[in-house]
Design a protein around this ligand. Structure first.
Ligand SMILES: C[S@@+](CC[C@H](N)C(=O)[O-])C[C@H]1O[C@@H](n2cnc3c(N)ncnc32)[C@H](O)[C@@H]1O
Length: 365
């Protein structure tokens, strides 16, 4: 059975488990260390702990940090149930009412007022940066925050896509046009059911590490690595394809962020659009990772972009690898065509990225 933690919450541009599994078994042995410095929902580090490897996940996006931490540093089901009980007991609708009233109109049409108060209570009280249990509860809530409204057991919101958070103006006009109103959802019971479902798969015995850091400062954030990194499996942001802050804005709000889509809190350097800055950013990132690598290691990278061709990606990525290692060889690479995705309709910026490339480099320090 596919491990039930994998699908705790969708994430834009996530890679499939098979991708991580195949490279982990090809490039590492049990006990070695796998790192993903742009880990998204944590597929590579989680697959690594399932395969008895040490794992390090990192991402600048708090949503990614919560999802990866929930998977690789999971608490027990008993502690999750206990925490949900305590949160439910301490819930007082009046305490969050003023906060609810001040939210933009999007929120009032996205969630039933009683559901929104419960969400606000969780948002105030989950200490996801520090507590593993709260991180797991937050991950369950992020996975339930928005999706199909016909599934009353699964999602809190009015009709929305699961993967990305649609913009307020688009959502409001969609709901008005289709006369859609949010249904009342019992947040605590949905989370209890979700927790029981996820824990039908056994918790991994190895515990990984998760960091919430810009890749360029990651090595100073890591203080207690057990072993040098034997393999990086990663997928950096694609050139000019998406801005994760906009795509994830509602989940970021749940974790304490702004009550509107933003593009400038975590990514002020325009690295997504301008090719020269994008590649400079990756070179800086690779340079920062270098001190963490073993004498011999492997670097697996899935990458794509708009208005750029596969040959240029191959050439520029390969020359950027000098920042990761003294000597390197390109073992293998493939180009695959991307099919049009449902989410393209909400995010015009993604149209134009028609291929993805996978690279495998051997690195020598
Ligand atoms: C293509 S996604 C990775 C998806 C991931 N492979 C998965 O399976 O979910 C790229 C990730 O890079 C992260 N990111 C963007 N800029 C970053 C930075 N400066 N430092 C660390 N992570 C960053 C984004 O938050 C996003 O999660």
């Amino acid at each position: 059975m596919r491990h039930r933690f994998h699908s705790i919450c969708p994430y834009f541009a996530m890679f499939p488990e098979q991708f991580a599994e195949q490279w982990i078994s090809r490039c590492t042995k049990p006990g070695q260390t796998v790192m993903d410095p742009f880990c998204g929902r944590g597929t590579a580090p989680f697959q690594a702990v399932l395969m008895d490897r040490n794992a390090i996940g990192n991402d600048a996006n708090p949503v990614a940090f919560v999802l990866t931490g929930a998977k690789v540093e999971s608490p027990t089901l008993g502690s999750v149930k206990g925490r949900l009980r305590a949160l439910e007991q301490s819930y007082n609708a009046e305490v969050v009412e003023a906060e609810r009233l001040l939210l933009p109109s999007f929120f009032k049409r996205a969630f039933h007022h009683s559901t929104l108060r419960q969400i606000l209570h969780l948002r105030r009280n989950l200490n996801w940066k520090v507590s593993r249990v709260d991180r797991f509860v937050a991950a369950l809530a992020l996975g339930a925050l928005h999706g199909e409204m016909t599934n009353a057991e699964a999602y809190f919101s009015n009709q929305m896509p699961r993967t990305i958070s649609t913009k307020p103006a688009y959502s409001l006009s969609f709901w008005r046009k289709h006369k859609l109103w949010p249904q009342r959802r019992e947040v605590f019971s949905i989370l209890r059911r979700k927790a029981a479902f996820r824990f039908e798969s056994p918790r991994p015995t190895i515990r990984g590490q998760t960091y919430l850091s810009d890749v360029r400062t990651l090595s100073s954030a890591i203080t207690n690595t057990k072993a040098p990194v034997d393999c990086i499996i990663t997928s950096p942001p694609y050139l000019d394809v998406t801005n994760f802050e906009e795509d994830q804005w509602l989940r970021l709000w749940f974790l304490g962020g702004a009550a509107e889509p933003r593009v400038d809190i975590y990514s002020r350097d325009n690295r997504h659009k301008n090719p020269a800055r994008y590649w400079a950013f990756l070179c800086e990132g690779w340079q920062a990772l270098r001190p963490l690598l073993a004498q011999r290691s492997t670097f697996i990278c899935r990458i794509g972009g708009r208005n750029i061709d596969p040959d240029s990606i191959k050439e520029t990525l390969s020359s950027s690898v000098q920042f990761l290692a003294r000597r390197w060889t390109l073992q293998d690479y493939t180009v695959s065509t991307l099919i049009r995705r449902q989410t393209d309709a909400f995010r015009p910026g993604s149209v134009g990225c028609r291929f993805e490339m996978d690279f495998c480099f051997d690195l020598y320090q």
